[in-house]
Design a binder for this molecule. Structure first.
Ligand SMILES: [Zn+2]
Ligand SMILES: [Zn+2]
Ligand SMILES: [Zn+2]
Length: 167
């Protein structure tokens, strides 16, 4: 049951919040961070970030391209991909590997190792720092002498909100 376009209704308990404010804050934070880092948050990069923050659902690159067209009809796939690369580099968004899609990062100032809980019902994704899990994972990697390039755990399932709704 997809509820695309109605993110307010689809808001899971953890996302039971004023998403407009949430999005504005995320964008403000990103602007501030880029300024501090001397990174160029160009209009197109800003627009891509804004579109990703439209909801807490993961967005695919080609959907972004569709959505960006009304604002910038010269936008090419490469433009969008370059903007995504920049946003990933700046740790403002996450790539959800298992879905080949992107979500906005809700803790841009924090550590970037994380747990993504992906709901198959409402399609919302909750990002959790899960420090104890990540610490023991780091420990395990150290013992194995393995250098991780990327450390994101993606878990698919049903969120509390959807489970309660089904009951
Ligand atoms: Zn939100
Ligand atoms: Zn994050
Ligand atoms: Zn859900």
């Amino acid at each position: 049951m997809s509820q695309t376009g109605d993110s307010k209704q689809a808001c899971a308990e953890t996302f039971n919040h004023d998403h407009k404010t949430c999005k504005q804050e995320a964008l403000k934070k990103a602007e501030k961070l880029c300024l501090e880092r001397g990174a160029q948050l160009t209009p197109i990069r800003h627009k891509v970030l804004e579109l990703i923050w439209d909801s807490h659902e993961a967005v695919k690159a080609y959907d972004l391209l569709d959505r960006i067209k009304p604002f910038n009809d010269s936008a090419k796939p490469a433009t969008v991909y370059r903007a995504l690369d920049f946003l990933i580099e700046q740790k403002l968004i996450h790539r959800v590997e298992s879905m080949n899609a992107f979500i906005g990062c809700n803790h841009v100032e924090g550590k970037h190792d994380l747990l993504l809980l992906i709901c198959e019902g409402c399609r919302q994704i909750e990002e959790r720092p899960a420090t104890p899990v990540m610490d023991s994972l780091a420990n395990e990697l150290k013992q194995a002498g393995f250098t991780a390039r990327r450390k994101t755990l993606e878990i698919h399932g049903i969120c509390k909100h959807c489970a309660d709704g089904a009951a």
